[in-house]
Design a protein around this ligand. Structure first.
Ligand code: ADP
Ligand code: MG
Length: 145
């Protein structure tokens, strides 16, 4: 069974990210889906903090991703602006993924439509608006199902 939880603040969603981070290991990829403003970056921020990232964690705007220094290398991708990866350099994702990195991917469906592989997907997170500041967070994988 996937875990399906409700949060009522950004802080609570960050805490869920931190909880997931605790079971991640190098090489793991976490796909984070949901509409704009759902709280994907908020969730990833909580996970990154728990992994030891100290700087700002915001959605990358001018590149598809950023890398954060932490005890285990952390990557944060946002594929919102990528229509499909067919016309992109095949190494585009490779720069961010790898056996030594934990990677979080916002808008993974953009790449999946182009059959781009993410390798070892450890967990899939889906965040939905549930009225006001409420969000439903569904976590599959990483021991949740
Ligand atoms: P996304 O990356 O999905 O576009 P962000 O995480 O950047 O979304 O933005 C979510 C916004 O919603 C933030 O301004 C955050 O403070 C706000 N927010 C309000 N309630 C919640 C909640 N329960 N969980 C996550 N974010 C929330
Ligand atoms: Mg975002």
């Amino acid at each position: 069974m996937p875990r399906r939880l409700q949060t009522s603040s950004a802080t609570e969603t960050e805490a869920l990210g931190a909880e997931l981070a605790a079971v991640l290991k190098p090489g793991d990829v976490v796909l984070v889906e949901g509409e704009l403003g759902a709280g994907k970056t908020t969730f990833v921020r909580g996970a990154c903090r728990a992994l030891g990232v100290t700087g700002p964690v915001t959605s990358p705007t001018f590149t598809i991703g950023q890398r954060y220094a932490a005890p285990v290398r952390v990557s944060h991708l946002d594929l919102f602006r990528i229509a499909g990866l067919q016309h992109e350099d095949p190494d585009l994702l490779a720069d961010y993924l790898g056996p030594d990195a934990i990677a979080f991917v916002e808008w993974p469906e953009r790449a999946e439509r182009a059959d781009a592989g993410f390798g070892a997907v450890a967990a899939r997170v889906r965040i939905e608006h549930a009225g006001g500041d409420a969000r439903t967070v569904e976590i599959r994988g990483a021991g949740a199902d």
